[in-house]
Design a binder for this molecule. Structure first.
Ligand code: TYM
Length: 334
């Protein structure tokens, strides 16, 4: 069993990742590839839990993978792959779903939120069992740490419970993984409503900054971002959630502390601060966008990189699944 392994996943459900995905997850993934045995997957099986168009899904899966490479994931340092290329994810998900209580699955907040939006009758059973598939993604790779944003914490708790339950019932099989959540960037807020997270499913276009967005549009959205009463540039989640969110974004992208930024902008107004922040965001995202475009220009090479990633992922996934089949009591196929 490998020590120090990380795994995480991202859905190919939009034409671009957003700044919350980038700061809350992808930037950590890039850092962690240096010191961990890192696996990152584009979770296309999760993407079909809501109605979807096949041509669009294919396109978005490639755009998602290209953005991961564009953001700095290096195929020599980590394994990037597409979830549906490894059928063991679905297979393990079935086994784990047979260990999950119906009530336990019903308590998952994301399902409640998403099904409330579309109406519980419209929600698919796949959406309901989504967190179990996520647990399978993680456990299949004997993962130690899972770098994610705050919204995934409950799914990781379920993953840990399922790993422990399986190990208890069938003998030690899975590593019990822990969350890797970086507090200051774990919940980047919507620019128009700082009380909610930036989200591709619930934010308005004005509330969300896309990684692949053009600079003029990014500048406009930041200049129109909701700020709070008063004119002070100060981090205070309760009194100034809008400004605090902008300060967090600024701090994360420049490697500056919130205190240093407060000192830097003491006495200046929101306008000057937002203008500087727009420069920071545009400068940070421009290289990612350019590299992503270059990668997308050679689709055959991108597909080859993903096939290579799938090859490496398959080695680990098939070994874990062979063990699981044996532990559960399935007969050998030959
Ligand atoms: P997804 O595709 O919704 O989001 C990908 C990652 O981005 C993080 N994130 C945020 N972080 C900070 N602020 C925000 N506003 C924000 N919005 C999103 C998410 O926390 C996530 O880390 N269920 C997962 C995908 C998944 C997965 C996995 C993750 C499937 N299998 C296995 C880890 C391990 C999801 O929907 O992510």
């Amino acid at each position: 069993m490998s020590a120090n392994r990380v795994l995480s996943g991202i859905q190919p459900t939009a034409d671009s990742f957003h700044l919350g995905n980038y700061l809350g997850a992808i930037r950590q993934w890039v850092t962690l590839q240096e010191s961990y045995d890192a696996f990152y997957c584009v979770v296309d099986l999760h993407a079909i839990t809501v109605p979807q168009d096949p041509a669009l899904l294919r396109r978005r899966s490639r755009v998602a993978a290209a953005q991961l490479f564009g953001a700095g994931l290096d195929p020599k340092r980590c394994t990037v792959f597409v979830q549906s290329h490894i059928p063991e994810h679905a297979e393990l998900s079935w086994v784990l779903s047979c260990l999950t209580g119906f009530g336990e699955a019903s308590r998952m907040i994301q399902f409640k939120d998403k099904s409330l939006r579309s109406g519980a009758d419209q929600a698919s059973v796949g959406l309901f069992t989504y967190p179990i598939l996520q647990a399978a993604d993680i456990l299949l790779y004997q993962t130690d740490q899972v770098p994610v944003g705050e919204d995934q914490r409950q799914h990781l708790e379920l993953t840990r419970d399922l790993a422990q339950r399986f190990n208890h019932r069938f003998g030690r099989t899975f590593v019990v993984p822990g969350p890797y959540i970086v507090a200051d960037v774990a919940k980047i807020a919507d620019l128009q409503d700082p009380s909610v997270k930036m989200s591709k499913s619930s934010s308005t276009p004005q509330g969300i900054i896309d990684v692949l967005e053009d600079p003029a549009s990014i500048r406009k959205k930041i200049s129109r971002a909701v700020t709070d009463m008063g004119s002070e540039i100060r981090a205070d989640n309760e009194a100034k959630p809008g400004v605090t969110n902008l300060l967090r974004i600024y701090a994360a992208l420049t490697g500056t502390s919130l205190e240093a930024l407060e000192r830097q902008y003491e006495g200046s107004g929101y306008g000057a601060f937002k203008k500087d922040l727009a420069d920071v965001v545009v400068d940070a995202l421009a290289p990612v966008r350019e590299r992503t475009e270059e990668i997308l220009a050679d689709e055959a090479e991108l597909d080859r990189m993903l096939a290579d990633g799938a090859g490496r992922a398959r080695e680990v996934a098939t070994a874990t699944m062979a063990l699981v089949r044996d532990r559960v009591g399935f007969l050998p196929a030959r």
